[in-house]
Design a binder for this molecule. Structure first.
Ligand code: NAP
Length: 637
C-alpha cells in the first residue's frame, strides 16, 4: 500500500514537473537566467509572475516522497544518508553556474564564481565520502564472495552517457530548433528521478552504492546539461570555480578521517548555504527594480535561511573541530536578546516584501541573518551538535528550495525539499532516541545545567569493582557469548580496529560475538556503524537496540567499550535522572559486565552511571584502545 502511495506521488510529481517545465515557465526561466532586458516592453514580455503555486506543489510532493524514501533508511546508514543528501543538495551548483557564466555584471560573476566553488566542493566531497563509507558496509557473505565493483568499471559508460547528453542537446537545439531550456527542464526530470532512486538505494546496504552511482550520474547529467544554458556566455570563471571546488571536495572526501565526518558535514552545509546566499544577493542586485509581486518572499527566505545556516554551520564545525570551546556559552537574557534579533529580522523581511527596492535594508537583513545563525549555535554544547547539524542540514535544504522558487528551477525545489525532509527526520529521530525535545536542544544549554542536577552521592550507591586485563582475558575465554557495546569513547580512542581484532579472536575460539548499537551512541546518528564498518566488522553482526535487548539476559559478558549514557539504568529506574525515559541498551541484564573507560567521569549527559555500582559490573580503567590491546595479548598468551 505504501509503495502504491509512493508511486502515485512520484507520478504526480513528474506530471506537475513536466507541465511546469514547458510552456509558461519558459518566461520564468528567461527571467531567472537572462540579463535585464533593455526596453520596458522587452522587460514586460520576458517577465511573467513566477508560478509559485506549481513550485509549492512540487515542494510538498517531493517532501512527501522524500519522507517515505528517507524513513526507510535503516539507522545503520544514517551517516551516509547525511552526506548523500548533502551532496545532492549541491545541485544549487546549476544556479551558480548560470550566475557565474552569464555576463550580468562583474560583481555577480564574482559571486557566482564563489558559489560554483562552494557547491562543487559539496557535490564532489559529498559523493566521495558517501561512497567511501558505503564501500565499508559489507556482510559476512559479501566478504567471503569478495563481491565488489570498482569505480573504473562505470567510468566509460558514464562518459559515453554524458557525451550523448551533450550531443543530444546540441542536436535538438541546432537541428530541430527545440530551445535548450525545454530540453534542460526535461533533463532535470531525469536527474530528479535518479536522485530519488539513489536515496531509495540507501534502504539497504546491499543496493546503497549502486543507488548512489545513479544519483551521481543524475548530478552529472544536470551539470553537463546546464553548461548548454543559453544564458551562459563565458566559461572561464565556471571552469576555475569547478576546478577549485572539485579539488577541495576531493581532498575532503578522500582524506578526512571517519571520526571527523560530523565537522565535515557541518562545513559543507555552510558552503551550500553560502552559495545560496550569494546567488540570492546577485539576483537581488540584478532584478530589484523589476520585482514582480511577492518575488521578495522566496528570495528573502533564500538569503535569510542561507545566511543563518552559513554562520551557524561554521560555528558548529569550529566547535566540533575544537577550534572553539565546546561548552555551551550562556549569558543573561540570551534567549530574550536572540528573540529580539529575530523579531527585527522578521520585520525587515516583511517591509522588504512590500518595498523590495530598499537596498540598505536588504543588506541589513542579510547581516542580521548572519548574526542570528552565529548566536543560535553559541549556547549549544559541542555534544548537542549532531542534532544541530541535522537541523542545519534541513535549513540548508530549505535555502536551496527557496533558491529553486526564485529561479523557478524545479530540480532545486525537489532536492531542497528532499534535503529538508531528511535533516528534519534525522533530528527528530535523534531527539526521540535521547528523550529530549528539539526546543530543549536549541535553547536548553544541556550538559551545563544537567551537571548541577546530579543524583545522590556516589558513596551512597555502593562500591565500584575494578579488574585487570589478565582477569578479563580469563573471563572472556570461558564465555560462550559476548555482546560488545561500543560508545563515544571507542571513537575517541580510535579503538574500532582493536575491538574488531578481539572479536575475531573470540570468534575463532567458538565464542559468539554480537555488537549492540544504540541509535545515539557516539556523536552522530550511525556513528558506531561507520566506525565498525571501517574496521571490517560485517554489518550483519551489528544489532539495533530493539533487536539486541532480548539477547542480553543470555549473554555471558557485556563488554562496554567507551559507552556510558546509553547503558545507564537510571534512564529506566530513576525518575529524577535527566536521562529518565531515554531508551537504553539493557546491559545490566547480562551475566557479567565489563566496562572499558578511563575514569569514573560521566558521559555526555553529565550524570553518574548506576551501572558501575552493579555487583555484576567490573571496570577496566584505561584508554579503550590500550586496554583492548592488553586484552588481546592476555588472550593470546
Ligand atoms: P557518552 O555517554 O558520552 O560516554 C562516553 C564515555 O567514553 C565517557 O564516559 C568517557 O569516560 C569514555 N571515554 C572517552 N574517551 C575514552 C577513551 N579514550 N578510552 C576509553 N573511554 C573513553 O557516550 P555514549 O554512551 O556513546 O552516549 C552518547 C551520548 O551522546 C548520549 O548521551 C547521547 O544522547 C548523546 N548524543 C548523541 C548523538 C548521536 O547522534 N549519536 C547526538 C547528540 C547527543 P572517561 O572520560 O572516564 O574515559
Amino acid at each position: 500500500m505504501k509503495s502504491l502511495w509512493l508511486f502515485f506521488a512520484g507520478m504526480l510529481l513528474a506530471v506537475v514537473f513536466s507541465s511546469a517545465g514547458c510552456g509558461k515557465s519558459e518566461g520564468e526561466a528567461a527571467h531567472a537566467t537572462n540579463p535585464v532586458p533593455e526596453t520596458k516592453e522587452a522587460e514586460e514580455a520576458a517577465r511573467s509572475t513566477p508560478n509559485y503555486e506549481v513550485g509549492l506543489y512540487i515542494f510538498i510532493l517531493a517532501g512527501f516522497l522524500g519522507y517515505h524514501v528517507i524513513s526507510r533508511v535503516p539507522p545503520l546508514l544514517h551517516t551516509p544518508l547525511m552526506s548523500a543528501t548533502n551532496a545532492i543538495s549541491g545541485i544549487s551548483l546549476i544556479g551558480s553556474l548560470v550566475v557565474a557564466g552569464a555576463d550580468y555584471s562583474i560583481f555577480s560573476t564574482f559571486l557566482g564564481f564563489i558559489a560554483v566553488a562552494c557547491s562543487s566542493t559539496n557535490v564532489v566531497g559529498g559523493f566521495l565520502i558517501t561512497d567511501r563509507m558505503l564501500k565499508m558496509f559489507k556482510s559476512e557473505r559479501d566478504k567471503s564472495e569478495a563481491r565488489s565493483w570498482a569505480r573504473p568499471q562505470i567510468i566509460v559508460p558514464t562518459a559515453i552517457g554524458l557525451l550523448l547528453v551533450g550531443a543530444g542537446i546540441y542536436w535538438l537545439e541546432h537541428l530541430k530548433n527545440i530551445p535548450a531550456r525545454v530540453v534542460l527542464s526535461n533533463l532535470y526530470i531525469v536527474s530528479s528521478v535518479l536522485f530519488i532512486l539513489g536515496l531509495k538505494g540507501l534502504s539497504s546496504p546491499k543496493h546503497a552504492r549502486k543507488g548512489m552511482f545513479l544519483a551521481e550520474f543524475g548530478m552529472l547529467v544536470a551539470i553537463v546539461g546546464t553548461l548548454f544554458d543559453p544564458a551562459i556566455k563565458n566559461y572561464v570563471w565556471i571552469v576555475i570555480g569547478l576546478v577549485i571546488g572539485s579539488t577541495a571536495g576531493a581532498t575532503m572526501g578522500l582524506r578526512i578521517p571517519m571520526t571527523a565526518v560530523p565537522q565535515r558535514t557541518a562545513l559543507s552545509h555552510s558552503l551550500g548555504a553560502l552559495a545560496a546566499t550569494l546567488v540570492g544577493i546577485a539576483h537581488y542586485l540584478l532584478y530589484r527594480d523589476h520585482f514582480v509581486a511577492l518575488e521578495m518572499l522566496p528570495l528573502g527566505f533564500q538569503v535569510v535561511i542561507g545566511g543563518l545556516t552559513f554562520t551557524g554551520s561554521l560555528m558548529a564545525a569550529a566547535k566540533l573541530q575544537e577550534l572553539l570551546p565546546g561548552a555551551p556559552i550562556t549569558y543573561k537574557f540570551q534567549n530574550a536578546s536572540n528573540f529580539l534579533l529575530l523579531g527585527v529580522l522578521v520585520l525587515t523581511f516583511i517591509y522588504l516584501i512590500f518595498v523590495p527596492t530598499a537596498v540598505g535594508l536588504f543588506f541589513l537583513m542579510v547581516l542580521l541573518a548572519l548574526g542570528f545563525g552565529f548566536l543560535l549555535v553559541v549556547p549549544i554544547g559541542a555534544a548537542d551538535m549532531p542534532v544541530v547539524i541535522a537541523l542545519l542540514n534541513s535549513y540548508a535544504g530549505l535555502a536551496d528550495a527557496a533558491m529553486g522558487f526564485v529561479l523557478m528551477n524545479k530540480i532545486q525545489i525537489i532536492t531542497g525539499s528532499l534535503d529538508g525532509t531528511s535533516g528534519f527526520l534525522l533530528s527528530l529521530l535523534m531527539c526521540r532516541a535521547m528523550n529530549r525535545s528539539a526546543v530543549n536542544v536549541l535553547f536548553g544549554a544541556f550538559g551545563k545545567i544537567e551537571k548541577e542536577e546530579q543524583g545522590p552521592a556516589s558513596e551512597a550507591k555502593g562500591t565500584v569493582r575494578s579488574i585487570v586485563p589478565d582477569e578479563v582475558g580469563v573471563l572472556l575465554d570461558s564465555a560462550r557469548s559476548v555482546i560488545v557495546v561500543p560508545g563515544y569513547g571507542m571513537a575517541v580512542a580510535q579503538a574500532q580496529y582493536a575491538v574488531s581484532d578481539l572479536a575475531k579472536m573470540l570468534n575463532k575460539r567458538g565464542i559468539d560475538v554480537k555488537y549492540a548499537i544504540h541509535p545515539v551512541a557516539g556523536r552522530m546518528p550511525g556513528h558506531m556503524n561507520v566506525l565498525l564498518a571501517e574496521a571490517n566488522v560485517p554489518y550483519d553482526q551489528l544489532y539495533e537496540m530493539e533487536q539486541i535487548n532480548p539477547y542480553f539476559a543470555e549473554a555471558d559478558i557485556a563488554l562496554v567499550v567507551g559507552a556510558n549514557d546509553v547503558t545507564n539504568p537510571a534512564a529506566k529506574n530513576n525518575k529524577s535522572s535527566p536521562l529518565y525515559g531515554m531508551p537504553i541498551l539493557e546491559v545490566d541484564r547480562a551475566k557479567s559486565i565489563i566496562v572499558l573507560k578511563r575514569s569514573m567521569r560521566p558521559g555526555f549527559a553529565g550524570v553518574d552511571n548506576d551501572l558501575y555500582y552493579n555487583s555484576k559490573c567490573m571496570m577496566l580503567f584505561g584508554d579503550a584502545k590500550e586496554s583492548l590491546n592488553k586484552l588481546f595479548a592476555a588472550l593470546k598468551g
